[in-house]
Design a binder for this molecule. Structure first.
Ligand code: NAD
Length: 469
């Protein structure tokens, strides 16, 4: 994909666009932080829910519409992105405010979008301006930033919808878990965009496995996200290294976590969920080993992520020492499959097909709807559930399982990059971080290409584990 060069926003010291910085939010901030903990949920009783948007790309442009549609009393009042042109919808893979306005107008609900220029913020710190003045925030930036944004939202006492993955390193994982505990104390409602948890076929299958015992005891699991690269943003003249990496974030580990995190998380998360049998807290394997690399034709000038990973994850004795084989590949013209499969002593669950067979292939259960009926869209349901839990003041916090599944993908990446077997405990305890200390467009990017313009791939057997480097 090509895209046009875009001038960077004029920045303040904090990285926030000068043009947008002026909106006075100090009052709202002070009011929010002055609330006693038990009052944070009182948005449940008020008529209007002020919604904020952080990250104005593809996902959030849809998520915001879904969020507003789930509750007539929700109003989008403030938005932030690292780049002004993503807010305006004129940047690479343009979406942003115009798309949201168009969709809400089509739905006859344009009045729910109230974002004058004074409440649009650009830059690395723009998220604070938004969070400070809303009741609920929808976060869909590259996942490297998620722990920072989530932690800030929780500290400010705001309800959260955040996209997966929620972290790309151990420090991020630990921050999310700690912030999740604070969110519980403050009675905040948190939904994570692992939408299979809100999808009927998965929910029904979970009951068949855990309430009706249709597959017996789980012994192993297999999952795939095999397809092709979703997008590449070409480097433009005038972009410095930080700008290129921020624009082409999918291809840099500190921002994206590699595609085992970015996309394959959905499948890995399902296996964690079904093997643990815990829909609220989730679960995770205790070790991983695997292999991966770059086997396709994508030039090394694009970025540093692999194009395939194959990981053997092992769960602990409390989960019957189940083995999960996970494969993800993004190479054109190769076998495609996005699915999860779970084998038990009495049957096999094929989630993509919504069916359970016995070990000989005879169908024991098939997800079917009456003629003419359709399952609800899980992307809608997750927002309906968030608003319902806020309105009725029912606890909900997906951050725990979101963090465990996100860090499972990190564990897999560490295994394929290093070629070593990695344990969950050592990786979590290391608290390693791959995020830069300074966020600014003129700061040094965490990785640099060589003189030939190529990025260095991790070489198994040589790549040092971050806490041993
Ligand atoms: N659940 C799903 O099915 C699903 C589908 C698509 C994307 N997603 C997730 O949503 C997230 C975003 O993906 P996308 O496809 O919308 O990407 P995108 O590139 O279209 O949008 C991300 C936006 O975040 C902005 N951004 C980057 N850093 C920022 C920062 N520090 N502060 C504020 N804004 C920042 C970018 O400029 C960009 O506009 C990813 O984590 C992705 O995995 C989930």
């Amino acid at each position: 994909m090509t895209d046009k060069p875009t001038p960077e926003p004029a920045k303040t010291e904090s990285g926030t666009s000068r043009r947008k910085f002026i909106a006075a939010t100090a009052g709202a901030t002070a009011a929010a932080s002055a609330l006693p903990i038990e009052s944070y949920a009182q948005v449940a009783g008020s008529d209007e829910i002020k919604v904020g948007m952080i990250g104005c790309g593809g996902r959030n442009s849809g998520a915001i519409v879904q969020n507003l549609t789930a509750n007539d009393s929700a109003r989008l009042v403030a938005i932030a992105d690292a780049f002004q042109d993503k807010i305006d919808g004129t940047g690479p893979r343009g979406q942003g405010l115009p798309i949201i306005q168009k969709q809400m107008e089509k739905n006859g609900s344009l009045k729910q979008v109230d974002v004058p220029e004074s409440r649009q913020y650009a830059g690395f710190d723009a998220y604070k301006e938004v969070i400070d003045q809303v009741d609920l925030v929808c976060i869909a930036t590259p996942p490297g930033f998620r722990p920072i944004h989530f932690e800030y939202a929780v500290q400010a006492g705001k309800n959260v919808f955040m996209e997966k993955p929620v972290c790309v390193d151990a420090h991020g994982y630990n921050r999310i878990i700690e912030a999740a505990k604070v969110a519980d104390q403050k009675n905040l409602k948190v939904v994570v965009g692992l939408q299979r948890h809100y999808q009927n076929v998965y929910l029904e299958a979970f009951k068949k496995v855990h309430e009706e015992g249709l597959i017996g005891d789980i012994v192993s699991a297999q999952c795939w996200w095999n397809g092709s690269r979703p997008w590449i943003i070409e480097r433009q003249p005038g972009w410095n290294e930080m700008t290129y990496q921020m624009r082409n974030w999918y291809h840099f580990v500190w921002l994206c976590g590699d595609h085992i995190a970015e996309q394959h998380i959905h499948n890995i998360d399902v296996i964690n969920w079904f093997v643990s049998g815990d829909s609220a807290m989730g679960g995770h394997p205790i070790s991983a080993q695997g292999m991966g690399g770059r086997a396709g034709t994508e030039p090394l000038t694009v970025g540093e992520i692999y194009d395939h990973h194959y990981v053997e994850f092992r769960f602990g004795p409390e989960h019957n020492n189940v083995v999960m084989n996970s494969q993800c590949r993004q190479i054109k013209n190769t076998w495609r499959r996005v699915a999860e499969e779970i084998h038990g002593t009495d049957g096999i669950l094929y989630l993509a097909e919504g069916k359970i067979t016995d070990l000989k292939g005879n169908v024991k259960w098939q997800h079917r709807l009456p003629r003419g009926e359709k399952d609800p869209n899980p992307y809608d349901v997750e927002h309906e559930m968030l608003h319902k839990h806020i309105r009725e003041d029912i606890p909900i916090n997906n951050a725990y399982y979101g963090a465990k599944s996100s860090f499972t993908t990190t564990l897999g990446r560490l295994a394929t990059y290093s070629g070593q077997e990695i344990t969950w405990d050592e990786a979590v305890k290391s608290d390693f971080s791959i995020m830069p200390e300074v966020f600014a467009f003129d700061a040094e990017a965490p990785v640099q290409p060589g003189p030939d313009g190529n990025y260095q791939l991790a070489i198994p057997g040589e790549w040092p584990l971050p806490w041993k480097a």
